[in-house]
Ligand binder design. Structure first.
Ligand SMILES: NC(=O)c1ccc[n+]([C@@H]2O[C@H](COP(=O)([O-])OP(=O)(O)OC[C@H]3O[C@@H](n4cnc5c(N)ncnc54)[C@H](O)[C@@H]3O)[C@@H](O)[C@H]2O)c1
Length: 324
C-alpha cells in the first residue's frame, strides 16, 4: 500500500512512517520543516526514515491552496492519506492564532481537495485532538459529546478539521476518520511538551513550572500505542466493506496526576524536581480522560504502555540524544 503521510518529520509522523515502512508499505512523507521547534530534531527523524528504500520526502506546505497542481503528478498512485501535519500546541495558539488557521484549517481543506482529485480518491485518516472536548463535557470523554465549546484556538481549528471532513464525505464522497489523540509522549518527542521540558529541567537541576498545584489529570499515551491506533484506522479505512466512525479517541484510558507524572520522571532520572507552583494557563483543560470503547471495537486499539515504563524509556533516550 502507498501512503501519503503529512507531518512526516514531526513526532507522531516519524513513528508512524517507521511502523508502515517496517511492515512493508511505501511512504511519501510531506512536511514543511517549519521552525516552531528545532529543525535539527525534525531532520534527525527524517534521516531515520530516509534509510528505508520505500520512503520518499516532499518538502511542501499543506496550506498550499492547490496541492494537486503542486504535487499531484508525483503521488497519483497513493492509496490512503494519513494527515498529521498541523500547527500543534495549545499555548502557542494564544500568541500566533494565524499559524493555526493556515496549517490546520487551510491544510485540512487542501488535503481533502487533494483526495477528491487524486485518481484513487484515497480515504483520509487525520489527526484531531482531545482538546476538542473543552470544559464541561462528561468524563471520560466520549466521541458522541457535543464538543462545541473549545477553549483555545488550537482546539477550535481541530474541531473545524472534523467538520470539514464531514462536509467532504457528503459533498465529494471522501471517506475519512479523525483520531483524537490524548497527550502523546515517547522518543523523539516534542520539545514544547511537558515530558521533554520536565525531563530536561530535572536532569539540569533547573526548576519546573507545576500548574494548578499539580491537580491536573492527563491521559498520557505512549506514541507506540498511538501508532497502533493509526495503523488500525488506516486498515479499516481501506476496507470499504466496514463502517468507519467519523472520529475515534486514541488515549491511554488511565489518566495520571501531574504529580505522579513528575514522580515517574524523578525515578527514571534519579533526581528530585525543583517545583515552582503556578496557576493553570488559559486554554489548558484540567482533565483529559479517553473513553476508548469505539477504538477498541473497530481498530483493535489496546494501549500497553504504563507511564512508568514509557517515561523510563523516554528519559533513557533523552540522555543519549542530548549527549551526542
Ligand atoms: N503530540 C500530542 O500530544 C498530540 C495530541 C493531540 C493531537 N496531536 C496532533 O497530532 C499531529 C502530530 O502532532 P505532533 O505531536 O507529531 O506534532 P509535531 O509538531 O511534532 O509534528 C507536526 C509536523 O507538521 C509539520 N507542519 C506543520 N505545519 C505544516 C504545514 N503548513 N505544512 C506542512 N507541514 C507542516 C511540522 O513541521 C511538524 O513536523 C498534529 O496534527 C497534532 O495537532 C498531537
Amino acid at each position: 500500500m502507498k501512503i501519503l503521510l503529512t507531518g512526516a518529520a514531526g513526532f507522531i509522523g516519524h513513528h508512524t512512517a517507521i511502523r508502515f515502512l517496517e511492515r512493508g508499505d511505501s511512504v511519501v512523507g510531506l512536511d514543511n520543516l517549519n521552525d516552531y521547534y528545532q529543525v535539527s530534531l525534525k531532520q534527525d527523524r527524517l534521516t531515520i526514515a530516509e534509510a528505508h528504500p520505500e520512503f520518499r520526502f516532499i518538502r511542501m506546505d499543506v496550506g498550499t491552496p492547490d496541492l494537486f497542481e503542486a504535487i499531484g503528478h508525483s503521488i497519483e498512485d497513493v492509496d490512503v492519506i494519513v494527515h498529521l501535519a498541523a500547527q500543534a500546541g495549545v499555548r502557542y495558539s494564544m500568541q500566533n492564532p494565524y499559524a493555526y488557521v493556515h496549517s490546520n484549517v487551510m491544510g485540512q481543506v487542501s488535503i481533502l481537495e487533494l483526495a477528491a482529485r487524486l485518481p484513487k480518491r484515497p480515504p483520509v485518516v487525520y489527526a484531531s485532538s482531545s482538546s476538542v472536548y473543552g470544559l464541561g463535557e462528561k468524563i471520560p470523554f466520549c466521541e458522541d459529546a457535543r464538543a462545541d465549546k473549545p477553549i483555545s484556538v488550537y482546539a477550535a481549528t481541530k474541531r473545524a478539521c472534523e467538520m470539514l471532513a464531514h462536509v467532504y464525505e457528503g459533498t465529494h464522497g471522501i471517506r475519512s476518520t479523525g483520531m483524537r489523540f490524548f497527550t502523546v509522549y515517547g522518543r523523539y518527542g516534542r520539545p514544547d511538551m511537558a515530558p521533554w521540558m520536565f525531563t530536561n529541567a530535572i536532569l539540569q537541576g533547573e526548576p519546573i513550572s507545576v500548574f494548578n498545584n499539580g491537580e491536573m489529570l492527563r491521559d498520557f499515551t505512549h506514541v507506540s500505542d498511538i501508532v497502533s491506533g493509526v495503523v488500525g484506522a488506516v486498515d479499516r479505512a481501506m476496507d470499504l466493506t466496514l463502517p468507519l466512525e467519523p472520529v475515534y479517541n486514541l488515549g491511554n484510558n488511565k489518566p495520571v496526576k501531574l504529580a505522579d507524572f513528575i514522580e515517574a520522571i524523578e525515578k527514571a532520572a534519579g533526581r528530585a524536581a525543583i517545583k515552582e507552583f503556578k496557576p493553570k494557563p488559559p486554554g489548558d483543560v484540567t482533565v483529559t480522560y479517553a473513553n476508548i470503547d469505539l477504538a477498541q471495537r473497530d481498530l483493535g486499539f489496546a494501549p500497553q504502555t504504563t507511564i512508568e515504563a514509557g517515561m523510563a524509556d523516554f528519559v533513557e533516550w533523552f540522555r543519549g540524544y542530548n549527549q551526542r
